[in-house]
Every structure is written in structure tokens, then in C-alpha cells.
Design a protein around this ligand. Structure first.
Ligand code: UDP
Ligand code: MG
Length: 316
């Protein structure tokens, strides 16, 4: 099979028939063999009935129905599990992404050799309250992930070589950073294609402004995991050592000052009158705590199934 289209959706009943017709039209015109996997993320409207009707009409339509709303990442995860096409395309259900982009995305993966091609909504039809934070968000994501050629990490329209999605694990709200996940898994040929974007026709957006707060926290998490995920001691031990050394210097200063003053008959007070005493106290306690965090991290990693999971590309 050439292409799997994965469509995560939550309460998008009005858009689905139109989206299906459009995808089917594009596929037919280009002679692709394909499947469309609709992942109904606990919709409370008639979305699932619509999907059932569509699947009666066409064998290419497949559906997954969650019992409740889990989020876009879990929906993508289950779609990825099921996908069989050589090229896997994800697309939002709200008709903001255009199926007309599919042939070119397919070509970029199969002929230009990209592992992943992300859409770039260069001209957006979204409110300003969304486009401005989005710019900031993308700049940060570029800096942290080191993928400097992407303008639009969170674009719902993306294409992947099948191996990519079978070897990464999207969870929580990590769908915003799939290119980063792919890069961490060793898929470095990441490209971009300018795509048409349209204003939402039906329904309303499912993500509020808290997406940006959560987005930043998730980015931090990913950065941390990619750097220290299987060697936590390297960060905690490092910070702990710095703290401990600072504390040690402070202790020596406190002790030496007092001894010096005693021997030379200078007036001297209690060590607790010396500000360095408090510095020594806090930094040494913090240093010990950081070390403990490192050791506990190492104990956890020792039992983590990921500790020896590698991406082996070829073997002879
Ligand atoms: N979506 C989903 N589960 C959710 C929230 C959203 O499957 O909990 C789907 C939604 O139906 C749409 C896509 O994810 O197909 C993108 O959502 P939306 O259009 O609301 O996001 P925006 O375009 O505002 O970024
Ligand atoms: Mg949308």
C-alpha cells in the first residue's frame, strides 16, 4: 500500500464527509493505493456514525474509536500502530489542511529521500492571538531541538516514511514535537513544504492558550530526556558536585577565618555570624540532594525497558 492517511478527530462531524471525498478524489486522480484511518478521540457528537457510514461506502476507510477523549497524541499513536502504507500522512480533520498536498509530500518522501516532511502554514488563517505565540514557540523549538530548518513544528499535516512512525513513540502531548522525536531516534532527513492553510470551516479549535505553557514544559522534558534520559547521574552528579565544591570552599573560608583571627588575637565571633556559614550549609545540603536524585534516577533507568533500545538500521 502506498499511503496511509491518519486523521485524529474530536467532534468534527460536519467536516468528515467533505474531507473523505477530497482525499479519495486526490488518491484516485494520482492512482495511489491507500487507507484512511480515522481515529475518533472520544467525540460526543455524531463523528463515529459518520465514520461508520463512510466505511460502509469504501474499503479504504478504517476507524478507531476511543471510549473517551485522550488527546491528539494518543490518537496519533494508535493510528501509527495500525498504519500499513509506505508513506504515512497525518492530517487534521477540520479541513484546515489540504489533501491536495498529498502527492507532493509522497514524492518528497519516496524520491527526494526525506524521512519526514512537515507542512509549513506560511500564510495562516488563524487569529493573531495564536500566530504570534506560535512564532515564539517555533523559535524556541528550533533552538532546543537543533532542527533549524523547520518553521512550523506543530503543523498537523506531515508525511513520514513508515519506519519513522514505527520507531518513535508519541505520548502525552508530544505531537507538537514529532520532528524532534524523529531526530532523537536517528531520522535526520527532515524537510519542509509550504502548504495551503484555510480558516476552520466548521466546529471550533480544541486547544486553548494553555497549549503554549504545556508546550514549553514538554519541550524541556524532551530536551532533558534526549540528553540525560538514560544517564541522569551526568546532570545531577554534575550540578551536585558544583554545589558541593562551593559549600566546601565556604566551609574552609569560615573555619580558616576563625582560626586566623584566634591565633592573631583579633576579635572573633561565632561561625554563625559569618555569612559564608549559611552558604556552606545550603549548598552542601543541596549538593547531597542532587546526588541522591542522580542515584535514584540511575536506579530507575536500570529497570527501564528503554535502557537498551537502539535504532539498528541494518545488519549483515
Ligand atoms: N483533536 C483530537 N483530540 C483532541 C483535540 C484535538 O483528536 O483532544 C484533533 C482535532 O479534531 C483536529 C486536530 O486534532 O483534527 C487539530 O485540532 P484543532 O484543529 O482544534 O487544533 P488547531 O488547528 O487549533 O491547532
Ligand atoms: Mg485546526
Amino acid at each position: 500500500m502506498d499511503i496511509s492517511v491518519i486523521v485524529p478527530l474530536y467532534n468534527e462531524e460536519e467536516s468528515l464527509p467533505e474531507l473523505y471525498e477530497w482525499i479519495a478524489r486526490v488518491m484516485k486522480a494520482n492512482g495511489f493505493s491507500y487507507e484512511i484511518i480515522f481515529v475518533n478521540d472520544g467525540s460526543t457528537d455524531r463523528s463515529w456514525q459518520v465514520i461508520e457510514e463512510l466505511s460502509r461506502k469504501s474499503d479504504a476507510v478504517k476507524g478507531i474509536k476511543f471510549r473517551r477523549n485522550y488527546g491528539k497524541s494518543p490518537a496519533l499513536y494508535c493510528g501509527f500502530e495500525r498504519a500499513q502504507g509506505d508513506v504515512v500522512i497525518t492530517m487534521d480533520a477540520d479541513l484546515q489542511d489540504s489533501p491536495d498536498e498529498i502527492p507532493e509530500l509522497y514524492r518528497m518522501i519516496t524520491q527526494d529521500g526525506y524521512d519526514l516532511v512537515s507542512g509549513w502554514k506560511q500564510k495562516r488563517y488563524d487569529p493573531l492571538s495564536k500566530t504570534i505565540p506560535t512564532k515564539l514557540f517555533n523559535a524556541t523549538a528550533r533552538a532546543v531541538s537543533g532542527i533549524h530548518n523547520l518553521h512550523d513544528f506543530n503543523c498537523g499535516l506531515k508525511a513520514y516514511r513508515r519506519e519513522v512512525i514505527k520507531n518513535i513513540e508519541v505520548y502525552g502531548e508530544m505531537h507538537r514535537y514529532i520532528p524532534y522525536l524523529a531526530k532523537n531516534a536517528g531520522f535526520c532527513r527532515i524537510g519542509e513544504k509550504v502548504v495551503h492553510h484555510q480558516a476552520r470551516k466548521y466546529g471550533k479549535t480544541k486547544f486553548g492558550l494553555n497549549r503554549f505553557v504545556n508546550g514549553y514544559l514538554d519541550l524541556l522534558t524532551l530536551w532533558f530526556l534526549s540528553k540525560f534520559g538514560i544517564k541522569p547521574m551526568h546532570i545531577f552528579g554534575f550540578l551536585g558536585s558544583i554545589m558541593f565544591i562551593l559549600g566546601f570552599i565556604a566551609v574552609i573560608t569560615v573555619g580558616a577565618t576563625k582560626l586566623y583571627d584566634m591565633y592573631h588575637g583579633n576579635p572573633y565571633g561565632l561561625v554563625t555570624d559569618n555569612p559564608y556559614f549559611y552558604l556552606a550549609l545550603t549548598t552542601m545540603i543541596l549538593g547531597t540532594q542532587l546526588f541522591l536524585a542522580g542515584f535514584i534516577g540511575e536506579l530507575i533507568v536500570r529497570n527501564a525497558p528503554e535502557r537498551n533500545k537502539y535504532q539498528i538500521e541494518k545488519e549483515l
